[in-house]
Design a protein around this ligand. Structure first.
Ligand SMILES: C[S@@+](CC[C@H](N)C(=O)[O-])C[C@H]1O[C@@H](n2cnc3c(N)ncnc32)[C@H](O)[C@@H]1O
Length: 196
C-alpha cells in the first residue's frame, strides 16, 4: 500500500514537472487559445464536417474538442508534454468526444502531417519560421493552414484577422508575406471604390 502511494506520488510529481518544464524547454510555452479565437480560426479555415484537423502542440486539447463538437471534424493533437497529453485525453474523455479526437505524444517537427485537411498552430515567430519548410514539404495541395499569433513569413496569407492575429494560408502557398497581402487587399478595395 505504502509502495503504491510512493509510486503514485512519483508519477504525479513527474507529470507536474513535465507540465511546467517540457513546454518551457521546447521554446513554445503553453498558452491556451481562447474559445472565440479558436472558433474564428477554424471558421476562417472553413473546416468542414469529416475533415481532419491537426493541432500542432495541442496543450490541454481544447482546440480538438472544439473542432469535434462545433465543426464535426476529426481532430488530431500532437503534444510533446506527457502531462498535457494526459490532461488532453482526460478532457476529451469527459467531453465524450474520444470517437473524433486523438492525442499523439511527440514532436510535431517529426510527425507525419500528410493526412491533414487543416493545420492549426499557435506559434512564436521562431517556431513559425522553423515549421514553414516542413509544412511546405508535407502538406497536400488544398490543405489550409491557420496560425495563431505568428505568421509564416515567406508565404502570403489568403486571410487575416487583425483583431485576433489569425493568419490563413492555402497549400501550395503564394510567395510573399503579410505586407504583400495587405497591399493587395488595399489596392483591390481602392479599385472597387473608384469603380463605384
Ligand atoms: C501555445 S501552446 C498552444 C496550445 C493549443 N494548441 C491551444 O491553442 O490551446 C503550445 C503547445 O505546444 C507544445 N509544444 C511545444 N513544442 C512542441 C513540439 N516540438 N512538438 C509538440 N508539441 C510542442 C507545448 O507543450 C504547448 O502545450
Amino acid at each position: 500500500m505504502q509502495i503504491t502511494l510512493i509510486v503514485l506520488g512519483i508519477i504525479i510529481a513527474l507529470l507536474g514537472l513535465s507540465w511546467i518544464f517540457v513546454p518551457l524547454l521546447s521554446g513554445l510555452p503553453w498558452i491556451p487559445s481562447h474559445r472565440h479565437r479558436t472558433h474564428k480560426a477554424l471558421a476562417l479555415a472553413d473546416l468542414q464536417p469529416g475533415e481532419i484537423l491537426y493541432d500542432l502542440g495541442t496543450g490541454d486539447g481544447r482546440v480538438l474538442i472544439h473542432a469535434c463538437r462545433e465543426f464535426d471534424a476529426i481532430a488530431v493533437g500532437i503534444e510533446i508534454s506527457p502531462a498535457h497529453c494526459v490532461i488532453a485525453w482526460l478532457r476529451a474523455f469527459l467531453a465524450g468526444v474520444l470517437d473524433c479526437v486523438s492525442i499523439k505524444m511527440g514532436n510535431f517537427y517529426k510527425h507525419d502531417l500528410k493526412k491533414a485537411d487543416v493545420v492549426y498552430a499557435y506559434l512564436t515567430p521562431e517556431h513559425a519560421s522553423r515549421i514553414r519548410p516542413r509544412l511546405e514539404m508535407q502538406l497536400r495541395p488544398g490543405t489550409r493552414v491557420v496560425t495563431i499569433s505568428a505568421d509564416l513569413d515567406g508565404w502570403e496569407p489568403v486571410g487575416f484577422d487583425s483583431e485576433d492575429l489569425i493568419f490563413l494560408y492555402h497549400i501550395p502557398p503564394t510567395p510573399g508575406n503579410l505586407e504583400t497581402f495587405l497591399i493587395k487587399r488595399e489596392t483591390s478595395s481602392q479599385d472597387k471604390t473608384s469603380v463605384n
